[in-house]
Ligand binder design. Structure first.
Ligand SMILES: [Zn+2]
Length: 255
């Protein structure tokens, strides 16, 4: 990959990240993602192109709207930067290939679900349900292959569904939403069952550690904990980027 390729592909990633921000803001509000053009969420003034440049505009405006002076969330440049890094990492891993497009689409969905679950505590069906279908369809031709994809989506959805049911029957409160069930099914469909299980393990451990840290630091009890979909998204991105050696080692170890 030449330096020019890196710069161009990274900039493409930043631009896509900018579009993901639109999805993150509008999908939970059931607004169209392509109309109207970007506007300040506080004063509704439409943004000029120079206020819409990924990363650069937020930094140049010092995180405030030019007219109403309301702060612009740092979530916007963070999502753009993460998307840029995801594009470069995926390019490095897969080269220009069909799998690159599939894995980038998957990663973008995870970034959107991460942010929406964090802010609104929902995981929109409009992402997870088509995600299950697209992930399985891609696996008919591409890694992880349709068997691993099918087992991944069935077990991924099934495990969380059962955990949720048991939790509900024994504690009488909803512990696991159907959104989490569909999201892990989607992760299984795209990554296959071994990386799906690794995602679940990573998400559960990091969620538990984070929850204990919140309680110990006195910032609230279990209710204040972050939504599980947020941890699933991070676990899925880590598994997709770095999980295969761990899975190979584990499966080889016990063969
Ligand atoms: Zn404004």
């Amino acid at each position: 990959m030449t330096a020019l390729h890196v710069i161009l592909f990274g900039m493409f990633g930043l631009a896509v990240g900018s579009f993901l921000n639109v999805c993150i803001y509008r999908l939970p509000r059931r607004e169209s993602v392509n109309w109207p053009a970007s506007h300040c969420t506080a004063c509704n003034r439409p943004l000029g192109w120079y206020e819409n440049v990924p990363l650069v505009s937020w930094l140049a405006l010092r995180g405030r709207c030019r007219t109403c002076q309301q702060p612009i969330s740092p979530m916007y440049p963070i999502v753009e930067a993460i998307t840029g890094v995801v594009f470069l990492t995926a390019y490095e891993m897969y080269g220009l290939s069909p799998l690159l497009a599939v894995r980038i689409a998957f990663a973008c969905a995870m970034i959107v679900l991460f942010a929406i679950d964090l802010r609104h505590r929902i995981l929109p069906n409009v992402i997870t349900v088509p995600g299950i279908v697209v992930g399985f369809a891609a696996a008919l031709w591409l890694p992880p292959g349709w068997q691993s994809s099918l087992i991944g989506l069935a077990v991924g959805g099934g495990v969380l569904f059962v955990i949720g049911e048991v939790y509900y029957r024994t504690r009488g409160v909803e512990g696991m939403g159907m959104g989490d069930v569909k999201m892990l099914a989607m992760i299984g469909a795209f990554l296959g069952w071994p990386l799906m299980l690794l995602t679940l393990i990573l998400a559960s451990f990091s969620g538990a550690i984070f929850g204990v840290a919140m309680i110990v630091s006195g910032r609230g009890g279990a209710k204040a904990a972050l939504p599980f979909g947020t941890f699933l998204a991070v676990g899925a991105l880590v598994s997709a980027a770095a999980g295969q050696p761990i899975v190979d080692w584990y499966l080889g170890f016990y063969r």
